[in-house]
Each structure stands twice: as C-alpha cells, then as structure tokens.
Design a protein around this ligand. Structure first.
Ligand SMILES: [Zn+2]
Length: 315
C-alpha cells in the first residue's frame, strides 16, 4: 500500500461573494439514468424565492408532491442519500447528494428541483455536469440575508474506527473547512486525505470532477440485489485491487477522497443553513454524515442559527 498522500488547499481570497442568498437566474433541465434504478429520468432545476431552500418535486406523482432537502427528511443512507416523506411512502427522491453538493458548492441557497422518477440522474458520476448546468442557468443574488448555522461546541459520531465531527470554526474562518481521510484495502485506493476551505472556486477545481467509485467485487452483489443497474464505466470508477478498470484511468490521483468530500458537501448541505464550522472525518459516508447532522441539531447548545446581512454584490 502507498503511503498516505495528503494535500492541503489553503483558504484563498475567493469566498462566497457577499452574504446574501443566491438562486438560479433561469430554469434548466437534463436527461439521464439513475445509478441504481437504471431508469431514464428528466430533471429540471428552477429558481426559487429567498428562504425557500432546496425542495424536490416528484413531477410524475403530481404537482403538489414536494419534499424538502433537509437532514430530518433523509429516509435511507445505505448506498446513497435518499429523501423520503414519512407521511407518504411513495414520495422518495434517491441519490440527492451530488445535486445538493453542486448547489451548495456553487453557493446556491434556493432552488426547486423537479424530477419525473424516484432517482436523480447519475450523469458522469461526479458533479461536473451539474455545475455546467448551473453555470448555463446562471446564478442570481437575492436581497435577503444568508442563513447560517454556527457551531458552538464539537459534536462527533463514530462507527468502528470511522468518525465524523463538526467543531467550531476558528476566529478568522468563514464558512466550512473540510478534512477527510479514507483507507481501503484495494491498493488502487489505499490511504488518502484531503483538506480544503469550501468556496465556489475550490469546489469547482478540487471536488466537482471527482467521480463516484465502486469495488469490482461489490458490483455483482449489488446487481443481484437489483442495485447499480444504471452503473457503468461511464459514470463510476471501478477498482479491482491495484487496478482501475476505466480505460481512461483516474481524473486525479486522489479522486476517491475527493469524491468522499464531494458527498460530504452534499450531505452537509441538508443542515438547513450554511454551516460555519470545521468538518473532520475518517471513512465517513452518507450514514455517518446524516447521523452527525441529527446529533448536532438535537443538541441546541451545540449550534446557533444566525443571519449574515446582504452586502453589495457585483452583478
Ligand atoms: Zn457520491
């Protein structure tokens, strides 16, 4: 196994422009297949009003089938982050993490996501196509203060040697500091770690292109269980021990830990406001990320909701 590769990307001058909320300038849509269902699905991203948050609409079920993208609506985290309405079992939207990551990574607070099936399209397995869609639609500043969640006290959840933790940001830190490490027996992955300050620039450059990945040994088992039907080398990195099976190889040598951070950005975007915090995790995935938010929110002494007043933002 290789030694641990560790990269630190310092907080740059690029920060979220202004402290106001943002939405899309116009609507945009795309068509793709669901990673697990293999179903063809159409997805549209629409602008939304200030304080709307991100809401999904299952267009195939009717106009009023809405589900809020929030941590307490997460119904399943085994293979993806699945939103579900406890009052309506049919109302589920699966694999929301990459869309949530793209929106949060681009600094968008408010959007309505319309989808005509139970699972979002996997596209190329990363957030790159989603960022492209958002850029095509454009990003609009809104005259409303940004909602923030400030961490006052560290909260940590564990499972075996895996953990996820949110702790207070330093006095001069703004937004979210992320640090993730992973460790896999497969030599092609090995031990990897990455830290970065989340900004639209760092998200685009460092995380957005990192694809989801799977071990070859797991794929037959997933297929037998009716999962990964839409999965292929076009939308996932597949690893067999020391080999990456994709003909084009990796996009970055540490694409795996970058994707785990991309997933964490999406999962943490379900907090209900922009986290002002340090996120530190080892081998964390959707289940731990969601348990972390639930544990945090249940402890009212560990966080404080706030607003940042809008400032003049260049058009
Ligand atoms: Zn993912």
């Amino acid at each position: 196994m290789d030694g641990m590769s560790h990269t630190y990307i310092p907080a740059g001058m690029a920060s979220f422009a202004g402290a106001c909320q943002f939405t899309l300038k116009s609507s945009i849509d795309c068509v793709g297949v669901g990673l697990h269902s293999g179903r063809r699905v159409q997805m549209a991203l629409h602008p939304a009003a200030p304080d709307h948050g991100v809401v999904f609409r299952r267009a195939d079920l009717g106009h009023d089938h809405l589900i809020r993208a929030r941590y307490d609506m997460v119904a399943d985290t085994r293979l993806a982050t699945v939103l579900g309405d406890p009052a309506d079992p049919a109302l589920r939207v699966s694999t929301v993490e990459h869309v949530m990551a793209a929106l949060a990574g681009c600094g968008i607070d408010n959007a309505l996501i319309e989808v005509d099936g139970p699972e979002l399209p996997v596209l190329d397995g990363s957030a790159a196509h989603l960022v492209f869609l958002i850029d095509c639609a454009g990003i609009a500043a809104q005259d409303a203060p940004r909602r923030t969640i400030e961490i006052l006290r560290s909260v940590r959840v564990t499972e075996g040697d895996a953990f996820a933790e949110l702790s207070p940001a330093g006095p001069h830190e703004d937004g979210l500091e992320l640090a993730m490490s992973i460790e896999f027996a497969a030599e092609a992955i090995g031990a990897q770690a990455l830290s970065l300050h989340l900004t639209p620039a760092s998200f685009r450059q460092e995380l957005s292109r990192a694809r989801t990945f799977a071990l070859a040994e797991d794929i037959d088992r997933l297929r037998a269980a009716g999962m990964a039907r839409g999965g292929s080398l076009d939308n996932a990195v597949v690893v067999d021990a020391a080999r990456v099976l994709n003909p084009g190889g990796l996009r970055m040598h540490d694409e795996f830990v970058r994707h785990k951070l991309l997933d964490a950005v999406g999962d943490l975007a379900l907090a209900g406001g922009r986290l002002c915090a340090r996120f530190t995790a080892h081998r964390s995935g959707h289940a731990l990320n969601n348990r972390l938010l639930r544990t945090l929110m249940a402890d009212k002494s560990a966080w404080r909701a706030g607003v940042q007043m809008p400032v003049l933002v260049a058009a």
